[in-house]
Write a protein that binds this ligand. Sequence first.
Ligand SMILES: *[C@@H]1O[C@H](CO)[C@@H](O)[C@H](O)[C@H]1NC(C)=O
Ligand SMILES: *[C@@H]1O[C@H](CO)[C@@H](O)[C@H](O)[C@H]1NC(C)=O
Ligand SMILES: *[C@@H]1O[C@H](CO)[C@@H](O)[C@H](O)[C@H]1NC(C)=O
Ligand SMILES: *[C@@H]1O[C@H](CO)[C@@H](O)[C@H](O)[C@H]1NC(C)=O
Ligand SMILES: *[C@@H]1O[C@H](CO)[C@@H](O)[C@H](O)[C@H]1NC(C)=O
Length: 667
Amino acid sequence: MDMWKGTDEAARPQKRPSKAVRTFFRGIITLAFLYWIARDFMSSWNYYVSLTTHPFATAEEKFSWSSIEPTTYLNYTPCFGKFQCARLDVPKNYNSTDPDGSRTQIAVIRLPAVVPVTDPRYGGAMLTNPGGPGGSGVELVTNSGALLQQIIDSELNITLEATDSEAKYFDIISWDPRGTGDTTPYLNCFPDSLSYNIWSSQTTEDGFPGSSSGATSNLWARVKARSVACSQTDEIVNHMNTPVLVGDMVQILEKHGEWRSKQAETWLASAEGKVATAGKARSDNLSHGAIVERTRWIKGEEKLLYWGFSYGTVVGSTFSAMQPHRVDRVIIDGVVDTNDYYVAGWLKNLQDADTIVDRFYGYCQAAGPEKCALNRGTSTATDIKTSLESTVSVLKEDPIAVPASSTRGPEIITYSDVRNLVGKAIYSPLAQFPKMANLLADIIYGNGSAFADYKQKGNTKFCPLESCKSESDDCQRISLNFEVTHAILCSDAVDVTYHTKQDYVDYVAALFNQSQWLGQYWSQIALGCYHWKAKPTWQITGEEIQADTAYPVLILSNTFDPVTPIYKELTKYSGHTQAGKFPGAVVLEQNSEGHCSLSSPSLCTAKHVRAYFQTGKLPDVGTVCQPEAVPLVGKVSNGVVTLSTEDEKLLAALEDLSRGVLFPSIL
Ligand SMILES: *[C@@H]1O[C@H](CO)[C@@H](O)[C@H](O)[C@H]1NC(C)=O
Ligand SMILES: *[C@@H]1O[C@H](CO)[C@@H](O)[C@H](O)[C@H]1NC(C)=O
Ligand SMILES: *[C@@H]1O[C@H](CO)[C@@H](O)[C@H](O)[C@H]1NC(C)=O
Ligand SMILES: *[C@@H]1O[C@H](CO)[C@@H](O)[C@H](O)[C@H]1NC(C)=O
Ligand SMILES: *[C@@H]1O[C@H](CO)[C@@H](O)[C@H](O)[C@H]1NC(C)=O
């Protein structure tokens, strides 16, 4: 329900909150991999524009990133309540040897561990990436850092007297990738926000490629205009891709090591530290010597603890290949095939997408009319499928005209609207199928007014520009758009600019054949690269993504993921596509639908993740975890009658995470 709040507010034209109060996307942030960036088809998609004040920010807090001085070390300032923020100043171009070369300032955020770094139970910092490409780590941590921390931290209740050697407690750290969010400079592809807003609202008119006679040609031309300009306007586009991001992660790790040892030194030199360590023998882990040793900055060797989602798995895989000696714990969750990614194929994603829609029909039948509005009482899965598919084909010729109401202007509901709705819902079926069923029932059996309300809710201003940071500007900044996403993924990819318009037509057909629900939308990802002109300084190839890592990688894959399929036949016979690149990697399958494990709460999965971070224990090969609930139908019994208090708390955190933190939200 909390998702409503942000969107309702965003629907009203509102004055942008003062600069002091950082605006944030509420509840719904980054939609994981290849986040669903649908603005180009429909400005009404609200999930990444529902800006309201940050949940933790109060008017008194007055935090603003621009008030922080960028530094070449981590110099944290309290921000957004319980968090700490720093602007890490790093070279824009790691290839440049010019000491006066231009710089970029990475917005880094840290949720502190529940113990100080001097405590023997301090486990280090877990880095995380929400996907995108280009998703905001700052938003991920402010919205969900505490929940992620709850999963990986030891469940033992903290009492500072306890010196249980097994328990570990972690910092959670993330950052806004180059060119995005609060990292400066920001990628600008438009001269001002008005031009951006007009462009964005126009793009809604054409619909999906293949949805009408002119749609494909219009999209081709439109994406060409945008990509050519965007890839040439701004120098930062040459320094935003994944190897460079890995370079930034190395900086963050090293600077964290430096920060950790400084923190410890400062405490040891304080009166409190002196008293606490006085008279303790070196063998005591609370002694001065033991603390210095434990917190020492190991230059060039600082290790990575990481949990990355969606495109964050490209990051995890690339880091593991480039810096295998630093891998201490790496979880890749919702796994992208990096061979396909680095050639801009985008052909290894949608294999299981339509299966999730087929499962929806079955769940809707089983759930009955109370829980699934598309079930008219005795509807079978086949009835539900037939009614939806025939509606979609009728809409292709005849969109629904919905007259204005007292609170909403006139609206039409198109073929592309319905494909968009379903395509988005399958990212997180547990949270979204009930709402999807209501909206589909409204157009099939009702008058379309609920769908029209929904479509218009997200109409709001967009602004990706630096100028939006100024107090006077009333536009709302978005953290993720096609410009940013393409700047990253197209400059990662080999050159694909030789493609013709006919190639694109064929490509759309091939993707549609993979998935009638996601194929057309998906085709825009590679299309952006067909026109991308930037020449990145630092590239890596798919073949280079493999390594013998210092510690085995843990891979999480859902049985049915709409955009990062598990390829079960590979899992069984020759290893998961990514697992094969990292000897010793273990695949944990979660038997649920949706994108990334967090789309469905599973105590089993969470406990494996926790064990991996706490002790390094990997699941047995072939482990399949069951979810706690299935879409529409509800809770399933996994043989446990009553949960312990700790498990109840963990489940509550997982349920929060499944409701839209990483996923597109329908409402
Ligand atoms: C930039 O640095 C990387 C890593 O050292 C190297 O692989 C790449 O070739 C360099 N690029 C150029 C243009 O020098
Ligand atoms: C630990 O338990 C005590 C007493 O049951 C409780 O007051 C405290 O909030 C708990 N602390 C944490 C971190 O859960
Ligand atoms: C710290 O020392 C205590 C007491 O000797 C011991 O029980 C505990 O396991 C040690 N903790 C660590 C992290 O080494
Ligand atoms: C459309 O249907 C809703 C719900 O049944 C109803 O409240 C509303 O008045 C209807 N609107 C029109 C214009 O008929
Ligand atoms: C559509 O998919 C089927 C089954 O995967 C395949 O055999 C066929 O060649 C595909 N057709 C096109 C046009 O890609």
